[in-house]
Design a protein around this ligand. Structure first.
Ligand code: MF3
Ligand code: CO
Ligand code: CO
Length: 274
């Protein structure tokens, strides 16, 4: 498979699919409360996708060597790194949960995830809150590097140095990815790396940046269900994800909607001084 470059029509279609994916998260936000199960969140999302005219990209998704994914989104709670399967797990006050939504609209894919602190920020431990914030900022450290001529290694380096500099670790086994008329396209977007290495970014590329950051060691293991990834040391893990477009002068974040959290101050300051 090779990298695809989107023309104007492709970009327009990506904008729609990506906004719709983000709107699923907006819709789910008020429901992410103590007492709800991850399976109920999945059910709510499935109903909402029907209303918005999208199809979940995850249900039945079956990469080589995997069983079909059985739900409309992923819910990854506390020490779950990614690909958590919704089910009868009850969310409780103080949990942190990543909800990862990928929808298909008119054949185009939009992929985004956010962290939620169950019961509100005040319910989370200091470490959990810090991990969620640092992971959000780490995603944006990667995003702000994006422009034609920058490299994938520049993105990974920005994320890694930021997160490790604050005492957190970066999961290596999973990465961001090209996306378009397929869920997972080239290139792989690593969340660690060296400046100036790997593929050069070009206008029209669309890919995700989705760092998984751990409070403890970076090592992971897979659970017996063939999907769920957890930290080996059972430390907390967080993830945020946006789908971005490489524009002639920089980037456009495609997975934005009314409920998206504010862009970090360091990104806005950089935009003003540019
Ligand atoms: N949405 C995930 C990603 O960001 C992939 C989930 S695949 C699934 O790439 F099958 F686990 F849902
Ligand atoms: Co993704
Ligand atoms: Co995703």
């Amino acid at each position: 498979m090779s990298t695809t470059y989107k023309d104007e029509a492709g970009v327009a279609a990506m904008r729609v699919a990506c906004r719709l994916a983000s709107e699923v998260l907006d819709y789910l936000t008020p429901f992410v409360q103590p007492g709800i199960t991850t399976g109920e969140i999945d059910r709510l999302a499935a109903e909402f996708m029907v209303k918005q005219g999208t199809v979940s990209a995850t249900i039945g998704y079956q990469p080589n060597g995997y069983p079909p994914f059985p739900a409309h989104l992923c819910t990854s709670v506390n020490h779950v790194v990614c690909h958590g399967i919704p089910g009868d797990k009850v969310l409780k006050k103080g949990d942190i949960v990543n909800i990862d939504v990928t929808v298909i609209k008119d054949g185009w894919f939009g992929d985004t995830s956010r962290m939620f602190m169950v019961g509100g920020e005040a319910a989370a431990s200091v470490q959990a809150r810090r991990l969620c914030e640092v992971t959000y900022d780490a995603m944006w450290k990667g995003i702000e590097v994006v422009k034609p001529g920058a490299t994938l290694g520049d993105i990974g380096h920005a994320i890694q140095t930021f997160a490790e500099g604050l005492g957190f670790t970066v999961v290596r086994e999973f990465c961001g990815h090209g996306i378009g008329q397929r869920f997972h396209e080239d290139p792989q977007v690593l969340h660690y790396g060296r400046p100036g290495t790997l593929q050069v970014l070009k206008e029209g590329m669309t890919f995700t940046i989705e760092p998984m950051i751990n409070a403890g060691k970076r090592d992971i293991k897979e659970m017996g269900d063939g999907w769920t990834i957890v930290t080996k040391d059972r430390s907390l893990s967080a993830q945020w994800e946006h789908t971005v477009l490489v524009t002639p002068t920089g980037y456009e974040v495609l997975t934005l909607s009314a409920g998206s959290p504010a862009t970090p101050d360091f990104v806005r300051a950089a935009a003003v001084s540019a």
